[in-house]
Ligand binder design. Structure first.
Ligand SMILES: Nc1ncnc2c1ncn2[C@@H]1O[C@H](COP(=O)(O)OP(=O)(O)OP(=O)(O)O)[C@@H](O)[C@H]1O
Ligand SMILES: [Mg+2]
Length: 461
């Protein structure tokens, strides 16, 4: 029914872009947190190393020109918080080992006196962090540079680093989930004006072609303006078509009626039978043209209104009785009695009164047209739980032999009705009205006597 194909979703597109940004930020957050925390852990280790080196350095004393060191126990215990962590130290005086591990690598750069110096090296197969604390020491008459080197393995730091990485990853994932939830909320919010506009347009009745007057975000204003311009054009074009149909009926029927009247007057004055026959044919042709023009324009009106149904609640009983009343003069001319039965129940349907009246009029018109004089037409209204049915039963010539499906097609007429004027559009109109209202049309032989039973069924409100 609709030519609009869905291609992607604005909301999902927006959401995906926001999630992509959130993912990039989450990864950046992970690396930043990890780098900062690792740096903090390294600084802490360096601080403890230097505190330990200071404690050792302060324990160095000179006695009888000899450098003596009693490495304080606390200086090493402050480093041994992690069980498998190993600690090494070396004290040098002008580069010569006084005590400690002789092969502990000294910093490659010569540290300034008093300023600590750090280096990461590999010692005894493990990565170690070495802190060097130099200090001037007077031994006898000489001044020597005493350097306390203290090293610690980095196994603990690796464990801390793993923990930090896990925590940073958790922070990154948490951030991503939070950003995702906020993005979902933000996209819903951003789409709200669009949904509101769609609802405003969808809520309008099919007849409502007035401009959409609502406040909308700047991005939607061009769309709204185009929509309003389009509706304006549509409204003008529909009004023109309706006027045209009404005027066309008048303009076609009036001259044809004149032709018919003039022919009838002429008929009275002509004597020759062949001239009378010619005039009879003129009258029939004008009747046929008038009927065809009327039915064609009715069909156009039905097609136009079916596209924009003006639905209202209708009482099917009342509607049927109105149509019976309007067709009674024609029926009276043939002494046909129209009996309406089962009209006690109030059967409410929802539909366009003009279209439904038109459909019923066509059924009754057929019944009257194809019935003999002094016969009876029964209109029976019946109701089920969800539908209402109107049967129009006549005692006429019936639907004839052969295929009946073509009778509801445009210009489809039965072989047995060639002598009666008709355009073959009445049942097409009925069927189109039924389709527009979710109803059905059925044509069968009259089960009660000879003749036809034409029924329409409509859903109840
Ligand atoms: N009550 C009926 N009795 C007998 N035949 C009928 C009846 N109703 C419909 N038909 C058959 O169905 C055909 C189509 O009916 P439809 O009303 O569409 O056209 P029409 O009556 O011929 O022309 P018009 O458009 O002027 O009504 C008729 O020509 C006729 O053959
Ligand atoms: Mg008809």
């Amino acid at each position: 029914m609709t030519a609009v194909r869905t291609r992607g979703s604005l909301r999902w597109r927006l959401l995906l872009q926001l999630l992509l940004v959130a993912a990039i930020l989450s990864v950046a957050l992970y690396f930043t947190v990890r780098a900062l925390a690792q740096q903090a852990a390294e600084t802490t280790q360096d601080n403890i190393l230097i505190a330990s080196a200071t404690a050792i350095s302060e324990a160095v004393r000179v006695e009888r020109n000899e450098i003596l060191v009693d490495v304080p126990y606390s200086a090493l215990t402050m480093l041994g918080s992690v069980a498998e962590e190993r600690v090494f130290y070396r004290i040098t005086a002008d580069g010569l080992t006084v005590t400690g591990y002789n092969d502990l690598p000294a910093p490659t750069a010569t540290p300034k006196t008093g300023a600590p110096f750090f280096e990461t090296a590999v010692y005894k197969g493990d990565e170690v962090r070495v802190a060097a604390l130099p200090r001037r020491l007077t031994v006898g008459d000489e001044t020597v540079i005493l350097t306390v080197l203290i090293a610690q393995t980095r196994l603990g730091l690796a464990a801390v680093s793993l923990q930090i990485s896990i925590a940073a990853a958790a922070a990154g994932i948490g951030f991503f989930i939070l950003a995702g939830a906020l993005s979902w909320f933000a996209t819903s919010n951003a789409m709200r004006p669009l949904n509101r506009l769609a609802q405003t347009v969808a809520r309008r009745g099919p007849q409502d072609l007035s401009p959409v007057e609502t406040s909308a975000p700047a991005e939607l204003v061009p769309l709204l303006q185009s929509l309003n311009t389009f509706m304006g054009r549509l409204s003008v074009s529909r009004a023109r078509t309706e006027d045209f149909i009404a005027e066309a009926a008048h303009h076609v029927r009036t001259p044809l009626a004149t032709v018919r009247t003039q022919s009838e007057i002429a008929m009275r004055s002509v004597r020759k039978p062949e001239n009378k026959q010619i005039l009879r044919e003129v009258i029939r042709a004008s009747d046929e043209s008038s009927r065809s023009a009327g039915q064609l324009l009715d069909h156009a009106m039905v097609a136009l209104r079916s596209d924009n149904l003006e639905k209202e609640k209708l009482n099917m009983k009342k509607l049927t009785q109105d149509v019976i009343r309007s067709i009674s003069p024609t029926a009276d001319l043939k002494d046909i009695r129209i009996i309406c039965t089962g009209a006690d129940a109030v059967s409410m349907v929802e539909g366009d009164p003009i279209l439904l009246q038109n459909a019923l009029r066509n059924l009754l018109d057929n019944a009257v047209k194809y019935s003999p004089e002094d016969s009876r037409i029964k209109v029976a209204i019946s109701q089920t739980q969800s539908t209402v049915r109107v049967d129009v039963l006549d005692e006429g010539r019936g639907l004839g032999e052969g295929d009946r499906t073509h009778l509801t097609k445009r210009f489809g007429r039965g072989e047995n009705v060639r002598d009666i004027i008709g355009s073959g559009l009445g049942l097409t109109i009925v069927e189109e009205v039924m389709q527009a209202h979710g109803g059905t049309l059925k044509l069968v032989d009259n089960p009660e006597s000879k003749g036809t039973c034409a029924s329409i069924t409509l859903p109840l409100v």
